[in-house]
Design a protein around this ligand. Structure first.
Ligand code: NAD
Length: 303
């Protein structure tokens, strides 16, 4: 499987004159969870207005609270004054409807990691936007070509995979599906750059580049737990190794339900290399409602 586009292809898509490549003046994010809130913050702080849509007020509030928390942190550290904070917040427009989506140049879908839900949401949003609007998915693992099957205009669709926490992690994977156009890739690369990120263009496969490495690592961690090794010791060892955090803490940051979904998709895509069942230690915590930091507890307690 070729992961990267050739140098020649990258030059072609990153050229600012790609025919039909839209400039992203107005963005939208679907889902105001951990990732949606972070994406809205990053877009707003770097100057691109963004609509943030979710399915209920409470979820929207979660995303807004996350963006406000990040902005307040910038003010407290003296990196931003309160005027810039207010201007950034005003660029995030929460909504429960698709009312204003006709004006949107690029949509980032960041709802739950479930192919059926994502397919439905993408098909629904496609009906609301202009025919040239670029649709992207922040899926961690699901094939972009497979998600594109739910769309009428698959050429306008690609992956835009941010990492958590969005404001800290520089990399964005831009994923080309079988039918993705150069114009869609170019617009997405340009938007990622405007957000201050480093985009890399990768071909489509379950887990893309980073999660093909990360999920087998989580699997190794789960096997160590099953063998009776204490999780805090594993985390400490990986911190000493030089990683900013160990696997248990990282899974709590990622969200254990998201990780379990993602692991299932990866196992389906690579049955020869990944266990077909979810790592039991992680699945058990999800059954108990311990979803990681977002629910107040996961491997560790946060309340
Ligand atoms: P989350 O559970 O925190 O948030 C998901 C949000 O989607 C919720 O607010 C939910 O109400 C909303 N939602 C569900 N159905 C919807 C619909 N029909 N329309 C609008 N909103 C809807 O999840 P998350 O961790 O933010 O993950 C979102 C996506 O980002 C997933 O695809 C995940 O794989 C991907 N991702 C997650 C991480 C991570 O570390 N958490 C990293 C990279 C990518």
């Amino acid at each position: 499987v070729g992961l990267f586009l050739s140098d020649q292809q990258i030059k072609k898509v990153s050229a600012s004159h790609v025919e039909g490549a839209a400039k992203v003046g107005q963005a939208a994010v679907l889902g105001a969870g951990i990732m949606g809130g972070g994406i809205a913050y990053q877009s707003a702080v770097k100057g691109t207005p963004i609509l943030m849509k979710d399915i209920n007020e409470q979820a929207i509030q979660t995303g807004l609270d996350e963006a406000s928390r990040l902005l307040s942190g910038q003010v407290e550290r003296g990196r931003m004054d309160s005027k810039k904070m207010a201007a950034s917040l005003s660029r995030i427009r929460p909504t429960l409807s698709y009312g204003d989506f006709a004006e949107v140049d690029l949509v980032v879908e960041a709802v739950v990691e479930n192919p059926k839900v994502k397919g439905m949401v993408l098909a629904e949003v496609e009906k609301q936007v202009d025919k040239d609007t670029i649709l992207t998915s922040n899926t961690s693992t699901i094939s972009i070509s497979r998600l594109a099957e739910s769309l009428q205009r698959p050429e306008n669709f690609c992956g835009m995979h941010f990492f958590n926490p969005v404001h800290r992690m520089p990399l964005v994977e831009v994923i080309r599906g079988e039918k993705t156009s150069d114009a869609a890739i170019a617009a997405t690369v340009a938007y990622a750059q405007k957000m201050g990120k480093t985009p890399i263009v990768v071909n489509d496969c379950p887990g893309f580049l980073v999660n093909r490495i990360l999920f087998p690592y989580f699997g190794g961690f789960a096997k160590l737990l099953e063998a009776g090794v204490e999780l805090a010791r594993i985390d400490k060892v990986m911190e000493r190794f030089g990683w900013p955090m160990g696997p248990a803490y990282l899974l709590d940051v990622v969200g254990l339900d998201t990780a379990v979904h993602a692991n299932g998709v990866m196992a389906e895509g690579f049955p020869d290399r990944m266990a077909s069942d979810n790592p039991s230690a992680i699945a058990k915590l999800v059954e108990q409602g311990r979803l990681g930091q977002k629910s107040g507890s996961g491997f560790y307690n946060y309340e």
